[in-house]
Design a protein around this ligand. Structure first.
Ligand code: FES
Length: 91
């Protein structure tokens, strides 16, 4: 199935299997590896991204459910390429 997403301010599309999670598609299709697969049960939060500004555990959401939504990953938090966001800098 085709999914259209707006990821970190850019329009992106991908053909994905309906069983694929948003986490898998972000990492495998778009090479955004900031969100991680930790528990894959919705407990640890390592996969958290913002979906229309709300935090979502991307391991629990199918990519096809995110069709048409705005996704912000940790990569999208940086003010410019090569710079760190406040959160990243704090770590
Ligand atoms: S991987 Fe742990 S909550 Fe998603």
């Amino acid at each position: 199935m085709k999914v259209d997403l707006r990821i970190n301010g850019a329009n992106r599309s991908a053909d994905v299997e309906p069983r694929k999670t948003l986490l898998d598609v972000l990492r495998e299709n778009f090479l955004l590896n900031g969100a991680h697969a930790g528990c894959e049960h919705g407990v640890c939060g390592a996969c958290t991204v913002l979906v229309d500004g709300e935090p979502v555990r991307s391991c629990l959401m199918f990519a096809v459910q995110a069709d048409g939504y705005e996704i912000t990953t940790i990569e999208g938090q940086a003010p410019a390429p090569g710079e760190l966001s406040v959160v990243q800098d704090a770590f």
